[in-house]
Design a protein around this ligand. Sequence first.
Ligand SMILES: *Cc1c(COP(=O)(O)O)cnc(C)c1O
Length: 389
Amino acid sequence: MNTQTVFEEDKEYIAGTYRRFPVAFQSGEGAVLTDAEGKRYLDFGSGIAVNIFGVNDEAWKQAVIAQVNQIQHTSNLYYTQPQVELAKLLCEKTGAKQVFFGNRGAEANECAIKVARKYSSDRYGAGRHEIVTLKNSFHGRTIATLSATGQEAFHRYFGPFLEGFSYAEPNLASTLSCMTDKTCAVMIELVQGESGVRKLDEDYVKALERVCRERDILLIVDEVQTGNGRTGYLYAYEAYGIAPDIVTTAKGLGGGLPLGACMLFAKTEQVLGPGAHGSTFGGNPVACAGAVSILSRLDEPLFLEVRGKSAYLRALLSKIGGVEEVTGMGLMIGLALKEKKAADVAAKCLEKGLLVLTAHERVRLLPPLTVTKDEIDAAVKILSEVIGA
Ligand SMILES: *Cc1c(COP(=O)(O)O)cnc(C)c1O
């Protein structure tokens, strides 16, 4: 099929939910993707924070192939070794007590919402079910996670949404004013990804943790995007020095296969029992075998490398005349622009062979964690040309 046919038949046969860039990729290596015509692109999006070690990652590929050669799926009525291995690794690396596996970020967050409500129902009876989230948050596309998402634009067409969510500004006064005696949880992203790569204030997050603990309100941290080394830490909450009750993750964890995890810490470990939750594909052995390969390579030397590359990249970006502000953490970076529109910049970068993302009115960069200094230099050169003075 030639590329033009792919574009046309996509338009004809696929529900029109995506505003796609006009390119169809065929292969790649590391941070370089190649389209059907052989044109090469530098990938500063990683499939939205998924391909941590780039494409064609040999170790992940071998782990996946080995599992495919054994068994591809069994259902959660039976035990599988890769699922247990991955859960154990996650718990050992984070201090979580137990893990529930789903297939994506939204599903991990659905699980977190259910656990928070059940925790509260077990302890306090029905009715204490409210959850406070933040304005400009993004927690997923299912009805419950859309309800949790604090953006008006997502609260159209599909109502009625779930009741019991309120949306605070990212400061303590606003969050306190959203809490009632029915609040069972607060859910936050430490760096809000989809709404512009905005990092939460450390004092606010620490104070929020204290208030939650005092009132037995669960603190849920959505690390679907910030997790798995992206911010220069295994999970961003470590950088904040807090101890959440539930941490959700997905995107980078599966190395390119669908996988989400809801990590339950001391308070929440016994909440889910037989029949309380489930997923046909969740914790699929192939996805888990790949994730074990990913997670076991996420270590301190890599995090130091990520922080170093981040500092180097940010310093270069802040010198570009048309850039107003560089935000974010680790290799999750936002660019506020003085005049140019983020969408125009992304389209121009594509023409010049650089893939970048947008997040609201900002350019968003999420390169593979293994991106090289030369690749960073090449990307910055294109961004400077496009954004200009
Ligand atoms: C991407 C994202 C989600 C949704 O993940 P899906 O895998 O698309 O369901 C949820 N929360 C955050 C913070 C995200 O970045």
